[in-house]
Design a protein around this ligand. Structure first.
Ligand code: AMP
Length: 134
């Protein structure tokens, strides 16, 4: 019970801190303060091409609201996360990479390789992906 409350409190405080978005490059792309090649935009998410593309298709899909990472997700974010994946699926179809398959990655925290601390889904495809990961 106490542990559950501590986890809830930690998540809540992280979310308050995460609203400090002044220096977040993805918040600036969402608000059009910084340019990017936007491929999709709706009320909940924005998708744009990665500047350092690693494959013929490399798109980042981000929630419009600043969420630092998967590590601070709360239960009320579940619909938003479902939408993020649905947009990824639609974009894969639009890019013509659905049939061949593609990779979706969400790096989380320093050990996960996250470098931009605004949650994002990498949609990567158009070539055969390499293994092993990690
Ligand atoms: P990650 O390392 O998982 O946090 O991914 C961050 C990704 O953001 C990297 O693949 C970067 O190339 C990409 N990125 C950083 N800045 C920009 C930007 N201004 N426009 C588009 N992609 C960016």
């Amino acid at each position: 019970m106490l542990k559950a409350f501590a986890i809830h409190l930690h998540s809540h405080l992280s979310r308050i801190r995460s609203k400090m978005t002044d220096s977040c490059i993805f918040c600036k792309i969402v608000s059009n303060e910084t340019g990017a090649e936007i491929v999709h935009r709706d009320e909940q998410v924005t998708a744009f091409r990665d500047i350092h593309s690693v494959a013929p298709t490399h798109i980042l899909i981000v929630p419009n609201r600043h969420i630092e990472s998967v590590g601070v997700l709360a239960s009320e974010d579940e619909q938003l996360m479902g939408h993020l994946f649905t947009v990824a699926r639609r974009l894969a179809e639009k890019e013509g990479i659905s049939k061949g398959g593609y990779r979706l990655i969400t790096n989380t925290g320093a050990n996960g390789g996250q470098t931009v601390f605004h949650l994002h889904l990498h949609l990567i495809g158009g070539q055969r992906m390499r293994y092993p990961m990690g």
